[in-house]
Design a protein around this ligand. Sequence first.
Ligand code: NAD
Length: 341
Amino acid sequence: MARAIATLPGDGIGPEITAAARELLAAVGDFQLEEHLVGGASIDAHGTALTDEVLEACRNADAVLLAAVGGPKWDTTDPSAPRPEQGLLGLRKGLGLFANLRPVRPSAALLDASPLKRDRIEGTDLLVVRELTGGIYFGDSGRDGDRAHDDCAYTVAEVERIARVAFGSARRRVTSVDKANVMETSRLWRETVTRLHDEEFPDVPLNHLLVDNAAMQLVAAPADFDVIVTENLFGDILSDEAAMLTGSLGMLPSASLGDGGPGLFEPVHGSAPDIAGTGTANPLAMFGSVALMLRHGLAMESEAAGIESAIDRALEQGIRTPDLGGASTTEDVTRAVLASL
Ligand code: NAD
């Protein structure tokens, strides 16, 4: 039976890169695509960024592919007005997505676009696995006079489930990042990751790094990393640091996974309202997200790898949208990738 994919184009360049993704999906398999409104488009139609019906449709799908939400039309300082990003938060919460995966694999043809020197970045192929629903962003917070606090808490079960995702994704090694010399949550994190490793994944090499050292090593020797697993706050910062290694926002895909239910796959970039409608949006982060969806959401590894190679080949032929310094259109890139499949 055809796998069901809920597609959420959203706003700005979202519909343009979603149209390109539909063509790509049609070329690699038989999928049943169902399109729904989210973000600003949903606010315009229904007064809310995510309706219960759309959330339910996403829950019932095998995977959810989202483009981007937001734009100046919905920017407001009125705290009671609906905001497009509430659609994203509602999806993450509603689908129980606790693991965020961001692969960083600069394409050989784009090595000179990185802010780092080519010889430093060459061979980089890493994955940041960030815990998404625990830690300091979700702890108790408040103010008392001139004092403010944000509590950080983790349970053994929360650490175990994210560590399983990391070990399951490893090819060479898992590097667990914490601040175990200072923080109690980090000591629990390190103990739990180590025990789970010994019990369930003894064959996967594991090392631990303190987060300050990890931040340095990421720019000093990015090619040394395979899978990096870390808590919410550290992962937020390190995944953006790692993202810069590729030099372009238009290239970065991401996956968010839950327990058993459908995962959510989306580019890291936003809705790029400044270029919406010009036909020049770079669809490659979206194509990379389709590859992640096939790999992590639908267990179609060879199709996923095929898309990633086709992206590399299209770039080798010199195809570049303006964000990469070229003059290709979304359509040109789509044609080139489809021809390279
Ligand atoms: P953005 O990522 O949309 O754009 C930043 C810059 O990168 C812009 O110059 C844009 O043209 C360019 N860019 C981004 N994606 C591109 C692509 N695929 N091809 C070519 N160029 C691309 O970030 P922003 O400008 O800060 O935010 C714009 C809107 O997007 C805001 O409403 C913001 O809230 C929203 N946003 C949404 C998400 C999401 O849906 N996950 C993430 C970030 C921002």
